[in-house]
Design a protein around this ligand. Structure first.
Ligand code: ADP
Ligand code: MG
Length: 268
Protein backbone atom coordinates (compact mmCIF):
# COMPACT_ATOMS: atom_id res chain seq x y z
CA UNK A 1 0.00 0.00 0.00
CA UNK A 2 2.73 2.47 0.91
CA UNK A 3 4.40 1.58 -2.42
CA UNK A 4 1.36 2.96 -4.22
CA UNK A 5 1.51 6.12 -2.13
CA UNK A 6 5.24 6.55 -2.82
CA UNK A 7 4.60 6.05 -6.53
CA UNK A 8 1.84 8.64 -6.53
CA UNK A 9 3.94 11.14 -4.59
CA UNK A 10 6.82 10.80 -7.01
CA UNK A 11 4.59 10.94 -10.07
CA UNK A 12 2.71 14.10 -9.17
CA UNK A 13 5.18 15.83 -6.86
CA UNK A 14 2.97 15.38 -3.82
CA UNK A 15 4.54 16.72 -0.60
CA UNK A 16 5.38 14.03 1.97
CA UNK A 17 3.02 15.59 4.53
CA UNK A 18 0.05 15.88 2.14
CA UNK A 19 -3.43 14.84 3.25
CA UNK A 20 -5.42 16.46 0.46
CA UNK A 21 -3.76 17.23 -2.88
CA UNK A 22 -5.88 18.78 -5.63
CA UNK A 23 -4.65 20.00 -9.01
CA UNK A 24 -6.90 21.35 -11.72
CA UNK A 25 -10.01 19.69 -10.31
CA UNK A 26 -12.97 20.19 -12.62
CA UNK A 27 -16.57 19.12 -12.26
CA UNK A 28 -19.42 19.67 -14.68
CA UNK A 29 -23.07 18.83 -14.49
CA UNK A 30 -24.02 18.55 -18.14
CA UNK A 31 -23.16 21.90 -19.72
CA UNK A 32 -22.73 23.60 -16.32
CA UNK A 33 -19.10 23.71 -15.21
CA UNK A 34 -19.17 24.11 -11.44
CA UNK A 35 -15.47 23.57 -10.63
CA UNK A 36 -13.12 25.14 -13.15
CA UNK A 37 -9.71 23.96 -12.00
CA UNK A 38 -9.26 23.91 -8.24
CA UNK A 39 -5.81 23.48 -6.65
CA UNK A 40 -5.50 22.84 -2.93
CA UNK A 41 -2.91 21.47 -0.52
CA UNK A 42 -3.97 20.42 2.95
CA UNK A 43 -1.01 19.14 4.98
CA UNK A 44 -1.54 16.50 7.67
CA UNK A 45 -2.69 18.03 10.94
CA UNK A 46 -3.72 21.35 9.42
CA UNK A 47 -7.05 23.13 9.05
CA UNK A 48 -8.13 24.66 5.74
CA UNK A 49 -11.14 26.97 5.85
CA UNK A 50 -13.06 27.64 2.64
CA UNK A 51 -15.29 30.68 2.25
CA UNK A 52 -17.19 32.04 -0.70
CA UNK A 53 -20.60 33.06 -1.96
CA UNK A 54 -23.45 30.60 -2.42
CA UNK A 55 -23.12 28.62 -5.65
CA UNK A 56 -19.34 29.03 -5.91
CA UNK A 57 -18.73 25.26 -5.79
CA UNK A 58 -17.63 24.78 -2.16
CA UNK A 59 -19.95 21.86 -1.44
CA UNK A 60 -19.22 20.25 -4.79
CA UNK A 61 -15.50 20.34 -4.03
CA UNK A 62 -16.01 18.71 -0.62
CA UNK A 63 -18.22 16.09 -2.28
CA UNK A 64 -15.43 15.31 -4.73
CA UNK A 65 -12.95 14.80 -1.87
CA UNK A 66 -15.51 12.51 -0.20
CA UNK A 67 -16.06 10.35 -3.33
CA UNK A 68 -19.67 11.52 -3.52
CA UNK A 69 -19.02 13.06 -6.94
CA UNK A 70 -16.79 11.90 -9.74
CA UNK A 71 -14.37 14.49 -11.10
CA UNK A 72 -14.68 15.60 -14.70
CA UNK A 73 -10.94 16.26 -14.81
CA UNK A 74 -7.97 16.96 -12.59
CA UNK A 75 -5.92 15.17 -9.98
CA UNK A 76 -7.24 14.58 -6.51
CA UNK A 77 -5.52 12.50 -3.86
CA UNK A 78 -6.35 11.92 -0.23
CA UNK A 79 -3.44 10.59 1.81
CA UNK A 80 -1.58 10.13 -1.50
CA UNK A 81 -4.27 7.75 -2.79
CA UNK A 82 -6.35 8.58 -5.82
CA UNK A 83 -9.83 9.93 -5.58
CA UNK A 84 -9.63 10.65 -9.27
CA UNK A 85 -7.38 11.98 -11.95
CA UNK A 86 -7.27 12.76 -15.60
CA UNK A 87 -4.11 13.27 -17.60
CA UNK A 88 -3.81 13.62 -21.35
CA UNK A 89 -3.36 9.95 -22.22
CA UNK A 90 -4.68 8.38 -19.08
CA UNK A 91 -8.25 7.39 -18.46
CA UNK A 92 -10.16 9.04 -15.67
CA UNK A 93 -9.37 6.98 -12.61
CA UNK A 94 -12.24 5.73 -10.55
CA UNK A 95 -12.05 3.96 -7.23
CA UNK A 96 -13.59 0.51 -7.59
CA UNK A 97 -16.97 0.09 -5.94
CA UNK A 98 -15.79 -2.48 -3.42
CA UNK A 99 -13.21 -0.03 -2.09
CA UNK A 100 -15.48 3.00 -2.20
CA UNK A 101 -17.16 2.46 1.15
CA UNK A 102 -13.86 2.02 2.95
CA UNK A 103 -12.19 4.95 1.21
CA UNK A 104 -15.19 7.20 1.83
CA UNK A 105 -15.02 6.34 5.51
CA UNK A 106 -11.48 7.70 5.60
CA UNK A 107 -12.91 11.13 4.86
CA UNK A 108 -15.61 11.90 7.41
CA UNK A 109 -18.16 14.45 6.25
CA UNK A 110 -20.34 16.70 8.36
CA UNK A 111 -23.35 18.50 6.94
CA UNK A 112 -25.43 21.49 7.88
CA UNK A 113 -28.36 19.12 8.45
CA UNK A 114 -26.57 16.71 10.91
CA UNK A 115 -27.96 13.60 9.10
CA UNK A 116 -28.11 11.35 12.16
CA UNK A 117 -30.09 8.11 11.85
CA UNK A 118 -33.36 9.25 13.43
CA UNK A 119 -34.57 5.77 14.41
CA UNK A 120 -31.35 4.98 16.29
CA UNK A 121 -30.14 6.10 19.70
CA UNK A 122 -26.97 8.14 20.02
CA UNK A 123 -24.99 4.99 20.87
CA UNK A 124 -26.51 3.07 17.93
CA UNK A 125 -25.61 5.96 15.62
CA UNK A 126 -21.99 5.76 16.75
CA UNK A 127 -21.48 1.99 16.56
CA UNK A 128 -23.36 1.21 13.32
CA UNK A 129 -20.66 2.05 10.76
CA UNK A 130 -17.66 0.89 12.85
CA UNK A 131 -19.33 -2.54 13.19
CA UNK A 132 -20.51 -2.74 9.56
CA UNK A 133 -17.57 -1.15 7.73
CA UNK A 134 -14.61 -1.46 10.11
CA UNK A 135 -15.96 -4.83 11.28
CA UNK A 136 -15.05 -4.28 14.91
CA UNK A 137 -16.91 -6.21 17.64
CA UNK A 138 -19.85 -4.50 19.44
CA UNK A 139 -18.08 -4.26 22.81
CA UNK A 140 -15.10 -2.51 21.30
CA UNK A 141 -17.33 -0.23 19.22
CA UNK A 142 -19.24 0.77 22.35
CA UNK A 143 -16.08 1.42 24.33
CA UNK A 144 -14.71 3.63 21.57
CA UNK A 145 -18.06 5.42 21.25
CA UNK A 146 -18.08 6.24 24.96
CA UNK A 147 -14.65 7.83 24.72
CA UNK A 148 -15.81 9.98 21.80
CA UNK A 149 -19.08 10.96 23.48
CA UNK A 150 -17.16 12.03 26.56
CA UNK A 151 -14.93 14.10 24.31
CA UNK A 152 -17.88 15.98 22.82
CA UNK A 153 -19.53 16.27 26.26
CA UNK A 154 -22.53 14.03 25.55
CA UNK A 155 -21.84 10.79 27.39
CA UNK A 156 -25.06 11.30 29.36
CA UNK A 157 -27.07 11.16 26.10
CA UNK A 158 -26.08 7.64 24.94
CA UNK A 159 -29.63 6.30 25.07
CA UNK A 160 -31.38 9.34 23.64
CA UNK A 161 -32.78 9.65 20.14
CA UNK A 162 -31.71 12.53 17.89
CA UNK A 163 -35.12 14.24 18.19
CA UNK A 164 -34.57 14.52 21.95
CA UNK A 165 -31.41 16.57 21.44
CA UNK A 166 -30.83 20.21 20.51
CA UNK A 167 -29.35 21.00 17.10
CA UNK A 168 -25.98 21.72 18.68
CA UNK A 169 -26.03 18.41 20.52
CA UNK A 170 -27.04 16.57 17.33
CA UNK A 171 -24.14 18.09 15.43
CA UNK A 172 -21.74 17.13 18.24
CA UNK A 173 -23.05 13.54 18.02
CA UNK A 174 -22.58 13.68 14.23
CA UNK A 175 -18.96 14.75 14.74
CA UNK A 176 -18.41 11.92 17.25
CA UNK A 177 -20.01 9.49 14.79
CA UNK A 178 -17.67 10.63 12.03
CA UNK A 179 -14.68 10.28 14.37
CA UNK A 180 -15.77 6.71 15.23
CA UNK A 181 -14.63 5.70 11.74
CA UNK A 182 -11.12 6.97 12.55
CA UNK A 183 -11.07 9.21 9.48
CA UNK A 184 -7.84 10.62 8.10
CA UNK A 185 -9.52 13.93 7.40
CA UNK A 186 -12.80 15.54 8.42
CA UNK A 187 -14.78 17.62 5.92
CA UNK A 188 -17.27 20.14 7.30
CA UNK A 189 -19.90 21.71 5.05
CA UNK A 190 -21.28 24.74 6.90
CA UNK A 191 -21.65 22.71 10.12
CA UNK A 192 -23.16 25.56 12.12
CA UNK A 193 -25.36 27.22 9.49
CA UNK A 194 -28.56 25.48 10.56
CA UNK A 195 -28.08 26.20 14.26
CA UNK A 196 -29.69 28.83 16.43
CA UNK A 197 -27.00 31.42 17.23
CA UNK A 198 -26.70 30.37 20.89
CA UNK A 199 -25.81 26.79 19.83
CA UNK A 200 -23.05 27.67 17.36
CA UNK A 201 -20.37 28.09 20.04
CA UNK A 202 -20.56 24.57 21.46
CA UNK A 203 -20.07 23.03 18.00
CA UNK A 204 -17.16 25.36 17.15
CA UNK A 205 -15.60 24.42 20.51
CA UNK A 206 -15.69 20.72 19.62
CA UNK A 207 -14.12 21.54 16.24
CA UNK A 208 -11.45 23.66 17.96
CA UNK A 209 -10.62 20.74 20.28
CA UNK A 210 -10.33 18.40 17.30
CA UNK A 211 -8.04 20.82 15.48
CA UNK A 212 -5.85 21.17 18.56
CA UNK A 213 -5.63 17.39 18.86
CA UNK A 214 -4.08 17.32 15.38
CA UNK A 215 -7.08 16.33 13.24
CA UNK A 216 -6.78 17.34 9.60
CA UNK A 217 -9.84 19.35 8.62
CA UNK A 218 -11.35 21.10 5.61
CA UNK A 219 -14.06 23.47 6.80
CA UNK A 220 -16.53 25.35 4.60
CA UNK A 221 -17.87 28.04 6.88
CA UNK A 222 -19.21 31.55 7.22
CA UNK A 223 -17.71 31.77 10.71
CA UNK A 224 -14.87 34.15 9.90
CA UNK A 225 -13.84 34.33 13.56
CA UNK A 226 -13.34 30.56 13.63
CA UNK A 227 -11.37 30.68 10.37
CA UNK A 228 -9.11 33.42 11.70
CA UNK A 229 -8.45 31.67 15.00
CA UNK A 230 -8.27 28.00 13.97
CA UNK A 231 -7.50 28.00 10.24
CA UNK A 232 -3.96 27.37 9.03
CA UNK A 233 -5.05 28.60 5.62
CA UNK A 234 -8.03 30.49 4.31
CA UNK A 235 -9.33 29.90 0.81
CA UNK A 236 -11.78 32.17 -0.99
CA UNK A 237 -13.75 30.49 -3.79
CA UNK A 238 -15.92 32.24 -6.33
CA UNK A 239 -17.33 30.99 -9.62
CA UNK A 240 -15.71 27.56 -9.38
CA UNK A 241 -12.14 28.78 -8.89
CA UNK A 242 -9.98 29.79 -5.94
CA UNK A 243 -9.61 33.55 -6.10
CA UNK A 244 -7.30 33.99 -3.14
CA UNK A 245 -5.67 31.98 -0.39
CA UNK A 246 -3.39 32.76 2.48
CA UNK A 247 -2.84 32.97 6.20
CA UNK A 248 -6.28 33.76 7.64
CA UNK A 249 -5.32 36.80 9.72
CA UNK A 250 -3.46 38.50 6.89
CA UNK A 251 -6.06 37.68 4.29
CA UNK A 252 -8.93 38.93 6.43
CA UNK A 253 -7.06 42.12 7.35
CA UNK A 254 -5.65 42.76 3.85
CA UNK A 255 -7.46 40.91 1.10
CA UNK A 256 -5.67 41.32 -2.23
CA UNK A 257 -8.52 40.64 -4.63
CA UNK A 258 -11.42 43.11 -4.81
CA UNK A 259 -13.79 40.13 -4.91
CA UNK A 260 -12.39 38.79 -1.65
CA UNK A 261 -12.62 42.25 -0.11
CA UNK A 262 -16.21 42.64 -1.23
CA UNK A 263 -17.19 39.21 0.10
CA UNK A 264 -15.49 39.75 3.47
CA UNK A 265 -17.15 43.14 3.88
CA UNK A 266 -20.52 41.38 3.60
CA UNK A 267 -19.83 38.58 6.10
CA UNK A 268 -17.72 40.36 8.71
P1 ADP B 1 -21.77 26.21 -2.76
O1 ADP B 1 -21.63 25.07 -1.82
O2 ADP B 1 -20.55 27.06 -2.86
O3 ADP B 1 -22.99 27.04 -2.44
P2 ADP B 1 -22.40 24.18 -4.70
O4 ADP B 1 -21.19 23.35 -4.85
O5 ADP B 1 -23.51 23.63 -3.87
O6 ADP B 1 -22.00 25.64 -4.23
O7 ADP B 1 -23.03 24.46 -6.14
C1 ADP B 1 -22.32 25.10 -7.16
C2 ADP B 1 -23.17 25.11 -8.42
O8 ADP B 1 -23.38 23.78 -8.86
C3 ADP B 1 -24.54 25.72 -8.24
O9 ADP B 1 -24.84 26.47 -9.37
C4 ADP B 1 -25.44 24.51 -8.14
O10 ADP B 1 -26.73 24.81 -8.62
C5 ADP B 1 -24.74 23.52 -9.04
N1 ADP B 1 -24.98 22.12 -8.67
C6 ADP B 1 -24.60 21.54 -7.49
N2 ADP B 1 -24.95 20.25 -7.47
C7 ADP B 1 -25.56 19.98 -8.66
C8 ADP B 1 -26.14 18.81 -9.27
N3 ADP B 1 -26.16 17.63 -8.61
N4 ADP B 1 -26.66 18.94 -10.50
C9 ADP B 1 -26.63 20.11 -11.15
N5 ADP B 1 -26.10 21.25 -10.66
C10 ADP B 1 -25.57 21.19 -9.43
MG1 MG C 1 -22.70 24.59 -0.13
Amino acid sequence: MSDVKDENRARFGVPADSMVFARGVRKSYGPLEVLKGVDLDVPVGSVACIIGPSGSGKSTFLRCINHLEKLSAGILLVDSQFVGYDLRDDKLYEVKDDLLCQRRAETGMLFQSFNLFSHMTVMENLIEAPMQVRRIPPDQAKAEAEILLRRVGLLDKVDRYPRELSGGQQQRVAIARAMAMKPKVLLFDEPTSALDPELVGEVLQVMRDLAESGMTMVVVTHEIGFAREIGDQLVFMDGGVIIERGAPREMIANPVSPRTREFLSRVL
